[in-house]
Design a protein around this ligand. Structure first.
Ligand code: NAP
Length: 323
């Protein structure tokens, strides 16, 4: 089968497009024919082996996992002997980040427990854009952030995968939402429902004296004390990603600040696929739509990972693998 192969860390041009053996599912797995896959920060990080801490999971000198790709949507082509809830022909979508990645290929084996049925009303292209970013948004805003009606909410990095889905999740809560991202994304963000938008290159939202009940940050790059100052009394700041230095700072000082101020500052530890049924329900109710950059061709994946890393994408970059 065709696959994107990573043999050594480096810029995405180290990736090779080649042929590997079609995988065979274990008893608890299914074989999925991948129709579509989307690109995530994990792919950008795994291919480069950066930040260095990522190598503790993927291999210190050389990657132990050789096919990147975590978000997929496709059809089951074979099932292992112990699989009971899915059958050949079922259409599924899921996040592969806890089961060995491998989404940038024609086929991938997935444990039954990681599978979710694709919402029937959407295409594989749309479905592949949802699992990773959708759950970062849902777990950050709803599960950990406990968003409530009437709150003032800010999403930093609002025009990316997490922010474009996060705003739609928030809208059913009746909240006022500010989105911060680069200038070229602001019109798209307004069209998705952000009440107010800011260009991070012109305004530092932590410097203008405005305070929020809830902040979700996809790009933490400021001091934890600045974030604390931007929260209302009992407000919550949740980061899903950003500079490693800042994440460690938030992790170390967040709970101490909470102790003295009652404000909560924390790092979200993403739980892959947990709550994907809720995402499916929002999709079926018409409350969640994907913003897709693409669909692109399989052979473009290396350059698309570079394109993602340079932040040129609008929404989720989607690749149609099975045309
Ligand atoms: N917590 C966990 O367990 C976990 C697991 C997986 C992934 N993650 C993290 O989750 C995040 C995923 O976010 P995503 O998929 O939405 O990424 P994304 O699609 O790359 O979006 C990030 C957005 O932030 C913007 N941006 C860049 N620098 C910024 C700044 N200084 N201030 C404000 N916005 C800025 C980017 O725009 P421009 O590039 O145009 O500037 C882009 O639109 C990543 O940080 C990833 O590392 C966390």
């Amino acid at each position: 089968m065709k696959a994107i192969i990573l043999k050594e860390y480096g810029l995405p041009n180290v990736l090779e497009i080649g042929e590997v053996a079609k995988p065979i599912p274990n008893d608890n797995e299914v074989l999925v024919k991948v129709h579509s896959a989307s690109i995530n920060d994990w792919d950008w990080g795994m291919v480069r082996g950066k930040p260095f801490v990522i190598r503790l999971f993927f291999g210190l000198l050389k990657p132990k996992i050789n096919i990147p790709g975590i978000d997929v949507s496709g059809k089951i082509e074979a099932v292992g002997g112990q699989v009971s809830s899915f059958k050949i022909g079922d259409e599924i979508y899921c996040d592969l980040s806890e089961c060995g990645m491998g989404g940038f290929a024609e086929y991938v084996c997935v444990p039954e427990n990681d599978l979710h049925r694709k919402p029937p009303s959407i295409s594989h292209n749309d479905a592949s854009a949802l699992p990773h970013a959708g759950l970062l948004a849902l777990q950050g805003l709803v599960e950990k952030g406990k968003v409530k009606a009437g709150q003032n909410v800010l999403i930093n990095g609002a025009g990316g995968g997490v922010g474009t889905l996060g705003i739609q999740i928030l809208k059913s809560y009746g909240v006022n939402v500010t989105g911060v991202d680069s200038e070229q994304k602001l019109d798209m963000m307004k069209s998705l429902g952000y009440d107010r938008v800011m260009d991070y290159r012109k305004v530092d939202f932590t410097d203008i004296g405005e305070k929020y009940d809830l902040i979700l940050d996809a790009k933490s790059n400021r001091s934890v004390f600045k974030y604390a100052r931007s929260l209302k009394k009992k407000g919550a700041y949740i980061t899903v990603g950003g500079s490693m230095y800042r994440l460690i700072e938030i992790f170390l000082f967040g709970s101490i600040i909470s102790l003295f101020t009652g404000k909560k500052l924390s790092v979200l530890i993403h739980k892959p696929n947990e709550g994907l049924d809720q995402i499916s329900k929002l999709v079926e109710k018409g409350q969640l739509k994907t913003v897709i950059d693409g669909p692109y061709e399989f052979d473009q994946i290396p350059e698309l990972i570079q394109f993602f890393g340079e932040g040129k994408h609008l929404g989720k970059i989607v690749v149609e693998i099975d045309k």
